[in-house]
Design a protein around this ligand. Structure first.
Ligand SMILES: [Zn+2]
Length: 102
């Protein structure tokens, strides 16, 4: 698996672990394009993790070649950037999956 999740700046972001090393107070480039900085308490997380960054989730799915049916549109209705002609704007859209939290 080439990506990992890291809590930082109030979200769970994903990063390319082959290119990025994370550590406390060390800014890193998340897959969503944001540069985020985890702090000590973002490591060894207890309790519920923070909200998933859905842009990172989307990037993981796209880059990992998930079937279209398993790549939900981003919740903020931002159209995903087409990656190839066959993956363009004509793709069917589905409502975001309900978040399940127990
Ligand atoms: Zn992110």
């Amino acid at each position: 698996m080439w990506w990992r999740w890291q809590q930082a700046d109030g979200r769970m972001h994903a990063y390319d672990r082959t290119a990025v090393t994370v550590g406390p107070h060390r800014p890193f480039l998340a897959l969503c394009g944001a540069t985020v900085t985890p702090i000590d308490t973002d490591f060894g997380v207890t309790g519920w993790p923070q909200t998933t960054c859905w842009s990172c989730d989307h990037e993981v799915r796209v880059r990992d070649g998930f079937p279209i049916a398993e790549i939900p549109p981003l919740p903020d209705d931002t159209p995903p950037t087409p990656r190839s002609p066959s993956d363009g704007p004509s793709r069917p859209t589905r409502p975001p999956r309900p978040r399940q939290r127990r």
